[in-house]
Design a protein around this ligand. Structure first.
Ligand SMILES: [Zn+2]
Length: 166
């Protein structure tokens, strides 16, 4: 691939706001076809971070498909509802696992989920997992209750016996 070819695409862009290193990295990314020419232009104009451009991929620019309306802000609230923001996806890193907990609360009728959360737990299979876990936990709880009741009965019997000893 030729660097010269790519260089022509940036010639008209304002480059004052971005770091020379970023610019170099953006050029490299474009040369490697890691980012689209549109993204490259936006990065050089300081409208898009290189990281975001890479997230968009080679086929999408800031104005391209599947891009949010505000191209300067790709961050979104974490889907788990923690008030955190994620720049890379639906979740703050690791918070997708919180959805299992949330799904379990939903299965138990203890939590109201948003449409988006519901769609996610359906699609990801976390709802099924949550249902299975809730079922298992309920079973265990029933067993515990039964055991406890049994132990209680035995204890009461023993203490009655002790009392009569004294
Ligand atoms: Zn979260």
């Amino acid at each position: 691939m030729t660097q010269e070819q790519n260089a022509t695409q940036e010639s008209t862009t304002t480059e004052a706001t971005i770091h020379p290193m970023t610019r170099k990295a953006a050029d490299m990314s474009l040369a490697k076809k890691a980012i689209s020419p549109d993204s490259h232009k936006a990065v050089l104009a300081g409208e898009l971070s290189l990281e975001e451009a890479r997230d968009l991929g080679r086929n999408a620019g800031p104005e391209g498909p599947a891009v949010r309306a505000d191209k300067n802000d790709r961050s979104r609230p974490c889907l788990c509802g923690c008030q955190g923001t994620s720049k890379t996806g639906k979740f703050v890193a690791g918070h997708d696992m919180r959805m299992v907990t949330l799904a379990k609360a939903y299965v138990r009728g203890e939590a109201d989920l948003t449409d988006e959360q519901l769609a996610y737990i359906h699609e990801s299979g976390k709802l099924d997992r949550a249902r299975a876990q809730v079922e298992k936990e309920d079973q265990k709880r029933q067993e515990r209750i039964a055991k406890k009741a049994e132990a209680q009965r035995r204890k009461e019997g023993e203490s009655e016996a002790k009392k009569s000893d004294k």
